[in-house]
Ligand binder design. Structure first.
Ligand code: HEC
Length: 471
């Protein structure tokens, strides 16, 4: 038995986060749990794992794609040292310290105030001034005080209020919590919003045709800048090290479905023609979350397990869409090729499976081939073979804890509608229904735009890189 050093912190002064919430956080030095209140010396950037030149190989080779996705996971989970309220030093995954949209709102206000203080309408800031101010503002917010546990489970993801979600319906019937979660954004993603603030605010999605008519969409709006195809509400697409995270935590006290993502389970999944894909039809068993076997946290008397995590990075033009989910048989199928180095760095990641998509079309003629003939990865090959038979040449990735209800998807198709008037409304989620995009696949764009209601008094030199349709 391995020895455990357990510490308990009872935090009272959490008014900032949730009124009377009291968090008692158990964590051990082995870092299987997120602590509660911490102070962070420096929020760290994401380090690139994929070069732009590797994109076509990644689209064309499933082994390369999965290898890149595990590297992205490892980098995002790099342990960063924080100090707890009790003064202990503990390590938490890099992504857990990134910014929420609420953080952004605070950062954005401070950024605007600085611009107004330093510049005037007579002497407006240049583009370079705006960039330096963005860097300066972000430097300040790299040091922060946080309650990781409270923040993680603060709200129901809007996904779980989506009537399409099977999980939502079931939970409503049982009056249970399906999952709580958050979205987080890397420093460079936040910086891109600051630098583009004028352009984002003045962008008018209503000038762009609705998603219903793809032909119209292709014809009507052409980006002037061939390098900016997908971010027409910005001067340029997001930088390669921009990362967005969506995490879901499920209460560990109740039994949970084991999702059968092996070849047999996937055959049932694809044969089911109800809606846009529900994993639960493939399930036969209920299992108990074992909090020791996953990343967990304890808050207000309840244990929560990280059940699903999306990591999307702009390292390829249409983003890398990596998704991890907790599984009791995590060495099988989508976990069979998990590198040892990842588990060495974060032991609890031994309990997660992973899928990845890198664009719409599957350019690998035989995705399963790389994993056949090897006992360790044979179950992955079999699962990929079943997928390939059913995908009609498209890529696929969906998280059973997050995409239940719209799981016949590759992430990219649905996210392409980001910034549209009706961003949730793409009926077919594998194809590129439009040849351009407003918000570079960020479904949270409308939230950011809303938070950017405030405006600097000085014009910071917005430029237009987009040919808008005639009004
Ligand atoms: C049917 C549409 C749909 C599909 C399919 C989908 N998403 Fe999303 N995603 C959304 C919406 C809507 C949000 C907005 C946030 C929310 O849930 O409140 C979102 C949010 C996110 C975010 C947070 C940041 C942002 O602004 O977009 C990430 C990261 C993300 N999704 C990754 C993925 C990954 C990875 C997949 C595939 C495994 C996926 N999504 C599949 C609709 C979708």
């Amino acid at each position: 038995m391995r020895s455990r050093k357990v510490t308990c912190i009872c935090g009272m002064g959490l008014a900032l986060f949730q009124g009377s919430l009291t968090a008692c956080v158990l964590f051990e030095k082995k870092e299987t749990a997120l602590p509660g209140e911490v102070s962070v010396a420096a929020v760290e950037d994401y380090e690139l794992q994929v070069q732009a030149s590797e994109a076509s190989e990644i689209h064309a080779n499933m082994a390369r794609r999965r290898e890149a996705a595990w590297k992205i996971t490892q980098e995002s989970f790099t342990p960063v040292e924080v100090r707890t309220a009790a003064g202990d030093r503990v390590q938490v995954p890099k992504w857990s310290l990134w910014y929420t949209t609420e953080d952004f709102s605070i950062i954005y206000k401070s950024f605007l105030e600085s611009l107004d203080r330093k510049f005037s309408t007579d002497q407006p800031p240049s583009v370079i001034d705006v960039q330096s101010q963005a860097d300066e503002t972000l430097r300040v917010y790299r040091r922060r005080e946080l309650n990781l546990a409270a923040r993680a489970i603060q709200e129901d993801l809007s996904q779980f209020s989506n009537p399409l979600s099977e999980a939502t319906r079931e939970a409503a019937e049982r009056n249970a919590v399906v999952g709580r979660g958050f979205m987080l954004f890397s420093p460079s993603l936040i910086r891109h919003y600051l630098v583009n603030h004028d352009r984002v605010r003045s962008c008018r999605p209503d000038l762009f045709p609705a998603a219903a008519d793809p032909k119209l969409l292709r014809a009507a709006v052409r980006p002037r800048d061939p390098d900016n195809k997908y971010a027409m509400c910005f001067d340029s697409e997001f930088p390669a090290d921009a990362v967005m995270i969506k995490a879901v935590w499920s209460p560990a006290y109740r039994d949970f479905r084991k999702f059968h993502t092996d070849a047999e389970g996937l055959k049932v999944f694809w044969a089911d023609d109800v809606g846009n894909g529900r994993f639960h039809r493939t399930t036969e068993s209920l299992v108990k979350f074992d909090a020791e076997k996953g990343l967990h946290l304890h808050n207000d008397g309840t244990d929560w397990v990280l059940s699903g995590l999306h990591i999307s990075t702009k390292e390829v033009p249409e983003w890398m869409w990596v998704s991890l989910w907790w599984a009791p048989d995590a060495d099988e199928d989508f976990g069979a090729d998990r590198p040892d180095s990842l588990v060495k760095q974060n032991p609890y990641l031994a309990h997660y499976k992973m899928c990845v998509a890198s664009t719409f079309r599957e350019r690998d003629p035989d995705p399963g081939a790389h994993f056949r003939g090897n006992e360790k990865t044979a179950s992955l090959a079999a699962a990929l073979d079943v997928n390939a038979k059913n995908l009609d040449g498209y890529q696929w990735c969906a998280n059973p804890f997050l995409e239940n209800g719209f799981a016949k998807s590759n992430c990219v198709g649905c996210h392409m509608a980001a910034g549209d008037k009706e961003p949730h409304n793409f009926p077919h989620t594998y194809t590129a229904l439009r040849g351009n995009g407003l918000a570079d696949f960020l479904q949270s764009f409308n939230t950011f735009k809303f938070l950017m209601g405030g405006k600097s008094k000085v014009n910071s030199g917005a430029r237009s890189s987009t040919q808008l349709p005639d009004e």
